[in-house]
Ligand binder design. Structure first.
Ligand SMILES: C[S@@+](CC[C@H](N)C(=O)[O-])C[C@H]1O[C@@H](n2cnc3c(N)ncnc32)[C@H](O)[C@@H]1O
Length: 298
């Protein structure tokens, strides 16, 4: 991230969710009707302009057709990872999970939008101080009230000790906890990723994490952009947030197991389409076996 500035990729992913909400045909992957307001974009035209500009940035690395497919797939993945959180939260609630920790929250709107799922839970948004201060300003400007059960914990994954920050922020280490870590690990070093998972893995049995990941074998555009990780890396580097870690599935599973997560489940595009979208492949147009999202339980 650019020193002292809020995350630009957090703005990007919020615009992607908001744009999807307004433009994607049914069945939509996600219904984030607060994303654009939090992002500070007040119209579909503004959101479309932002997305078109991103497509141009990608097109400079390939061609307009590839870039359009690429961007659509990144949009889908960004919405889908939040959808997995909502689906898993709905299952966690009856299991008695009372603590939700949104790590690297960015402009995530779950706490404000899905109070049906978070009711009865203590919700903590953990993020870099610069991004978090900006989000608090944005929420106020958009007239979105922070629910009483939601607290902000400022934290830098690269330069602070997570266990101490969680405890200082009021997160109870002896309570089964639902963690989300969406679109974050790739911006952190391998050391910071392992240190983070090492702390989370010590939470009690019944705790769970939903996260997405970038793999060196990640081919977002299903063969038409074989160097998709390199392209993504160039674009996010230009935004001041270079990709610092990537994992093959078996490597990440070993790290999660070592940290204390016993069961790791990778969710393939095929599984997601069948289970969440009634088999409608067009709604999430990814190669069937592609995985970029997982959940793991302690
Ligand atoms: C791509 S955004 C994802 C935001 C959100 N989770 C989402 O799905 O839209 C990356 C997030 O990681 C956070 N982040 C990146 N590096 C960080 C660091 N060293 N410490 C704390 N947060 C960091 C940024 O502030 C930002 O909120």
């Amino acid at each position: 991230m650019i020193k002292g500035e809020p995350s630009r990729t957090a703005l990007l992913t919020a615009v992607q969710r908001g744009h999807h909400n307004l433009t994607a045909p049914e069945p939509k992957i996600l219904r984030d009707d607060l994303a654009l307001a939090i992002a500070g974009l007040d119209s579909l035209e503004a959101a479309q302009g932002y997305i078109d500009n991103m497509i141009e940035v990608f097109a400079a690395l390939s061609d307009p057709e590839t870039a359009t497919i690429f961007m659509k797939r990144i949009d889908g993945s960004v919405c889908m990872r939040s959808r997995v959180v909502e689906e898993e939260l709905a299952l966690a609630k009856p299991r008695g999970i009372k603590q939700l920790v949104i790590l690297g929250a960015g402009l995530d709107s779950t706490a404000y939008r899905r109070t049906d799922l978070t009711e009865g839970m203590n919700v903590f948004e953990v993020d870099h101080p610069a991004t978090q201060a900006w989000k608090e300003e944005r929420l106020e400007a958009a007239n979105i009230k922070v629910p009483e059960n939601t607290k902000f914990v400022a934290f830098d994954f690269e330069h602070q000790t997570l266990a101490q920050a969680l405890e200082a922020g009021g997160i109870k280490p002896d309570v089964p906890t639902f963690f989300t870590w969406l679109g974050v690990h790739m911006y952190l070093t391998d050391e910071a990723v392992k240190a983070t998972l090492g702390v989370l893995g010590k939470f009690p049995k019944g705790s769970e994490i939903v996260m997405d990941f970038i793999s060196p074998s990640y081919v977002l555009a299903g063969g038409i952009a074989e160097d998709s990780v390199a392209q993504l890396s160039k674009v996010v580097s230009q935004m001041g947030e270079p990709i610092k870690s990537q994992y093959y599935e078996d490597e990440l599973e070993a790290i999660l197991n070592e940290a204390g997560f016993s069961e790791v489940k990778y969710l393939s595009a095929k599984w997601l389409v069948e289970n969440y979208l009634g088999g409608n492949k067009d709604a999430f147009d990814m190669p069937e076996e592609a995985t970029s999202i997982l959940y793991a339980v302690i």
